[in-house]
Design a protein around this ligand. Structure first.
Ligand SMILES: Nc1nc2c(ncn2[C@@H]2O[C@H](COP(=O)(O)OP(=O)(O)O)[C@@H](O)[C@H]2O)c(=O)[nH]1
Ligand SMILES: [Mg+2]
Length: 264
């Protein structure tokens, strides 16, 4: 009997609590309720915006990649100090801040070492902070080292796909030299060599048709010779530049500056 009485009292208490909660809500007028909802929605929006900005600002890096002697470190010093400084090395990565001329956005530039072993390590360090890749080529000697250049570029493009780094600029440097080839000629030579590299990689993965290769990392169209325009997931552009200043030929990095302003 006593237990039944206790239960009744408990139920009554709960009922009263619900009733008083109802009363509180009823007492709140519609305006106050509206204000509360607006406040909560506003707070959530601010939180989402902060998360979005945080993610974007983390990826404000630009990688300068390319084989040794392409001119990466000189381009880096020209951008960061607007002059040549001998103190930068090509043995380890160099990092510096740069503000784009038109949009005035500050970005980080990472000059990766060209040596094969060091560049993989450097990419692992900077890849996640990167929003775009500049691949530098020596326009005078690229034919001699085309295998190396194509192999490195292929790896870079695959890395870019995996990390969802879309803009890739292939920068044909040393245009001041008499025997320098233009971007158009370099592009078609590279396409031929990348076709070979792609076949080798597909075969290595167990099937010359590349069937076993992940669809997301296959560069270009299957059963068709490699063409940059078929790599739709990346925004690949070509440009020419001169990083070294001489009496007769001035530094010309305008195409790089325009591109940087476009992609930031
Ligand atoms: N003529 C000429 N030489 C350049 C140019 N850019 C770089 N160099 C030279 O190429 C060599 C290699 O440059 P560096 O920046 O160290 O190449 P990295 O190995 O890619 O970092 C240096 O002697 C530079 O002075 C250029 O536009 N024109
Ligand atoms: Mg260097």
């Amino acid at each position: 009997m006593a237990t039944a009485e206790k239960e009744r009292v408990e139920v009554e208490k709960e009922f009263n609590a619900i009733e008083s909660l109802k009363d509180t809500f009823n007492n709140l007028d519609r305006d106050t309720l509206g204000l509360l909802v607006a406040l909560v929605v506003g707070l959530i929006s601010i939180l989402l915006l902060l998360i979005f900005i945080g993610k974007r600002s983390k990826k404000q890096g630009i990688i300068l990649a390319g084989i040794c002697d392409a001119g990466k470190t000189l381009i880096f010093t020209q951008l960061i100090h607007k002059s040549f400084k001998e103190t930068y090395t090509s043995i380890k990565s160099n990092a510096g801040s740069f503000t784009t001329p038109k949009k005035k956005k500050t970005i980080r530039i990472f000059d990766l070492p060209g040596h094969e072993r060091l560049r993989t390590q450097a990419f692992e360090e900077y890849g996640k902070l990167t929003r775009a890749i500049v691949f530098v080529i020596d326009s005078t000697t690229y034919q001699k080292s085309i295998k190396d250049v194509a192999e490195y570029l292929y790896t870079m493009m695959c890395n870019a796909l995996v990390l969802k780094i879309t803009p890739v600029l292939i920068l044909c440097n040393k245009q001041d030299q008499t025997f320098a080839k233009g971007a158009k000629a370099i592009k078609s030579t590279l396409e031929k060599e990348l076709n070979v590299v792609r076949t080798t990689h597909s075969a290595a993965l167990g099937g010359s048709d590349g069937a076993s290769e992940n669809n997301n990392t296959y560069l270009g169209k299957r059963n068709k010779d490699f063409e940059f325009s078929d790599v739709h997931s990346l925004k690949i552009e070509f440009a020419e530049c001169t990083a070294l200043s001489k009496e007769d030929v001035p530094v010309d990095l305008q195409s790089l500056l325009d591109w940087l302003d476009k992609i930031v």
